[in-house]
Every structure is written in structure tokens, then in C-alpha cells.
Design a protein around this ligand. Sequence first.
Ligand code: 5GP
Length: 193
Amino acid sequence: MKELKERILKDGYIINEDILKVDSFINHQADPGLMKQIGEALAAHFKDKGVTKVVTIESSGIAPALMTALALEVPMVILKKEPSKVLNEGLLQTMVTSFTKGTSYELTLSKRFITEMDHVLIVDDFLANGEAATGAIRLLRMAHATVAGLGILIEKSFQPGREKLIEQGIDVYSLARISSLKDGAITFIPESE
Ligand code: 5GP
């Protein structure tokens, strides 16, 4: 997506060869106009897949996921990050290791919001090692839902997330695919590849 790539080049900040900071337009301050365009682009790709709900992981995925859900005219569900096991019969939980923080958390979903009737599109800001997305898929399967696909804003294609998810049969669609953050430069994979 041209607008997202241009914004990453303008306002993205390379922390090191592995981490890109986008906190001025995605995950600390968010640009509503860009989020709307992102939601429309993800919705256009998945519009014929029979999506019943959009699911995201708190907190950075919420803005683009809500815009995607709005464009698809379906509800959005937020998977919560709980620090430790919360004992509650109505909750499903699975452990995920955070790429950026090096910590673990319990990804949590109330059974009330996702059922075996749901065909779910997962939306998240970044795809790196695929741990967050794999955790979300585990949780959706625990709820007996099916996965329509994974919509990502920024994929770091030099990390193994995409391959891991494709191996599981997941339709991965990323709006910006970064092939390298080396030498202080952000390099994208051309859109046709
Ligand atoms: P994964 O689980 O695929 O390894 O990492 C995905 C999660 O880690 C995303 O939800 C995102 O919040 C965070 N993340 C991964 N890489 C980056 C990065 O380069 N920059 C930022 N800001 N977050 C990242």
C-alpha cells in the first residue's frame, strides 16, 4: 500500500536492524485518516472470504482492526494481554512471548465473543516471528472458530513469521513488506512479489 510505505519512509524510525518504531502514526499516536485507508485496503482483500468478525491483539492492532471491521460491517474483538492466569470459566487463554519486550503474557478471549460460527480475520500492526499471530490462531481454534486470514500493516519479511503462518495454511496479506532495516535504510519488497 503506497500511502503506508511512504509514511513509513517519512516517519518510521529504525531502532536497530530488527526493530522499526512507528509510534508517531500507528502505535502511540495514531493517524485516523491513514487507519481508515488501511482498514479499507485490508477489507478489500478479504471481502469475499465470509469474515464474520475481525480479531486483534491489544493494543496496537485496535485502530486498524476497528477500521477493517467497519469496512467489512462486522464486529471487532480484542484479545487481551493478561499478566497471569485469571481463573474464570468463561475465558480461553494461551501463552505468547512478546518479540519487542522479551516477556510472556496470557492472550485472553471471552467465549462469549467468538464461537464455532465465526470465520475470523486477524489484524495486527507488525508480523515478525509470528508468535502473536500463532497465539491468536491457537485461541481461535480453542473457541472452535475458523481463520479467514491474517491482515498485517508492516511485515518484516527477513524474520520468519510469514513462512511459519503460510506453513499452517494461513492467508497472510501484508500492506508493507520490509526486506531489510540494515545500514540505516528501510527497504521494501516490491508489491508484485
Ligand atoms: P511476532 O509475534 O510476530 O514476533 O511480533 C509481533 C508483535 O510484536 C506485534 O504485535 C508488534 O506489536 C510487536 N513488534 C514486532 N516487531 C516490531 C517492530 O519492529 N516494531 C514495533 N513497534 N513492534 C513490533
